[in-house]
Design a protein around this ligand. Sequence first.
Ligand code: PDD
Length: 279
Amino acid sequence: RTVYVNGEYLPEERATVSIFDRGFLFADAVYEVTSVLGGKLIDFDGHAARLDRSLGELGMSMPMEAEALRDVHHRLVAENGIEDGLIYLQVTRGAADRDFAFPEAGTAQTVVLFTQSKPGLADSPAAKMGLKVISIPDARWGRRDIKTVQLLYPSMGKMMAKAAGADDAWMVEDGHVTEGTSNNAYIVTGRKIVTRQLGQEILHGITRAAVLRMAREAQMEVEERSFTIEEAQAADEAFITSASSFVTPVVEIDGAKVGDGTPGKIAARLREIYLEESK
Ligand code: PDD
């Protein structure tokens, strides 16, 4: 596989990053994941805009113009022959002798991109079967609107879900669901789509923005507010959205079936609309 590191396209075996990189030592880095369907980038503009915002919130700036970044994405897709898959992008504050204070301005950022081929990404079994989720406390830091690489707790959450025989975990804070380990969470009650309002408590999903726009265009009712696990268990449907899962139904929460325990109609319809518009 060919990867991108700091301006160079290299075979992955030859791509290296310093042991002093602040992404490695302090998780001082942000990332984006963009999906590729039929060789086409999905929602690239949204991901580029969020990258700019995440960097800005941490006092960093874009390593290059969004258009140049798009070119890097396209070149990696072409060189690696990606039909369906993902592109991972990470920007760190760069390498400097270990110190909690940020290094002086002018320290070169580290920019890394690589592709992951996922044939059939859009027809995963989970879309037909639905996911089982468990609830866990949300023990992440308070700025989840910044897409940093501090992913240890979400990673542990995924392992807790696996250990419980489930697929993923929904995180709960002050009695209300924030989001999934790597996706936004939704319920459908009486035809109304409910998802948590934006704030620092959740990542502002690019798929979320697209799906809510499409839902409204299709005259579906949308309410942005927080909800509890009990409300979700009693809902007619539940689902998640993310760049890698698009819209995927949730059929069980903490062992309780959602609706009749099969994927819901509204989730299925939104998935269809989203994939159709992505073509
Ligand atoms: N995760 N919430 C969290 C905590 C996430 O990590 C993600 C994305 C989302 C959905 O955002 P978007 O629709 O922009 O993908 C919500 C990516 C896919 C990942 O970490 O692999």
